[in-house]
Design a protein around this ligand. Sequence first.
Ligand SMILES: NC(=O)c1ccc[n+]([C@@H]2O[C@H](COP(=O)([O-])OP(=O)(O)OC[C@H]3O[C@@H](n4cnc5c(N)ncnc54)[C@H](OP(=O)(O)O)[C@@H]3O)[C@@H](O)[C@H]2O)c1
Length: 292
Amino acid sequence: MPRRILLQFDCDDQPSTFDAVVAVDAGADVLLRHGGVSPANVAGLVHGAIFTRGGGDLASTAIFVGGSDVEAAESVRDRVVAAFFGPMRVSVLLDPSGANSTAAAAVVAASRHVGLAGTKAVVLGGTGPVGQRVGRLLARKGASASIASRSAERAGEVCRAIRAAVPGAVVEPVCPGHSLEAAVASASVIVGAGAAGVALLPADAVRAAREARVIVDLNAVPPAGIGGIVANDKAAPAAWNDRLLLYGALGVGGTKMKIHRAAIGRLFERSDLVLDAEELLAIGESLETTVR
Ligand SMILES: NC(=O)c1ccc[n+]([C@@H]2O[C@H](COP(=O)([O-])OP(=O)(O)OC[C@H]3O[C@@H](n4cnc5c(N)ncnc54)[C@H](OP(=O)(O)O)[C@@H]3O)[C@@H](O)[C@H]2O)c1
């Protein structure tokens, strides 16, 4: 069995040390780290990976695409895949800034307590990299998702992108002032994906979420994104509503790490995987059935 080589392609000048440590912990024997990767310079790196090992040995080579610019990383992933041909390919994982694994973990957490198909959900900070993916994954699971933003235009753009990616998606843009408050009041699931350290929903507004069964706040930097949730909450009962369970960023973080590590492991099982948010959600769901 050849050694498992992971090529880390990062759009930032300095490739992420976080992603490097996870890769090693997840079983990569050799990690080749590249920073400053772009669609313009990645094809040569891919050719170096696919022209060295042949046949079944290619499954022991894989690519991780990351970086803090999620759109740039998506473009790199697309160029990586375009450089493959026939059997000359290796498996690829896209998880820039942890956006895909974090969104998948949030949806897995919510789905422990609420059947997502047909349920009403609100994604606060729904225009950021994580929020966009939470909205897309909720739509894929059949939830009716309100995408919240300070800008109706930005939220509308995200809804259009989700509808384009998920045929039949039921999504709507909401903004503070009226539509957000109404959406929160009727939602079963609320996910806070606002910027770090930004309070999006104060504690009194959370109490107005009388239908809520699960609230997830992904912000780990004080103050809380959603009032009344602390970072370590993991299915913690809300003091003000005995039917409501709370998750904080660290409460979801363990699931995120499991998904990230398991996804790296999957890369080495075959040579034709391209793992994005949807595939990470499926991995998260499979871990729920095997681990719990
Ligand atoms: N637990 C984990 O493992 C993990 C991993 C990755 C990320 N995270 C956390 O997940 C959250 C989302 O990450 P992200 O990168 O997607 O966030 P982001 O892009 O920094 O922000 C998300 C959205 O928050 C809104 N926002 C920004 N500043 C605001 C302000 N001052 N007031 C109100 N709204 C504001 C913006 O929406 P509008 O401008 O459209 O209103 C923005 O699109 C962050 O808290 C991050 O720390 C957690």
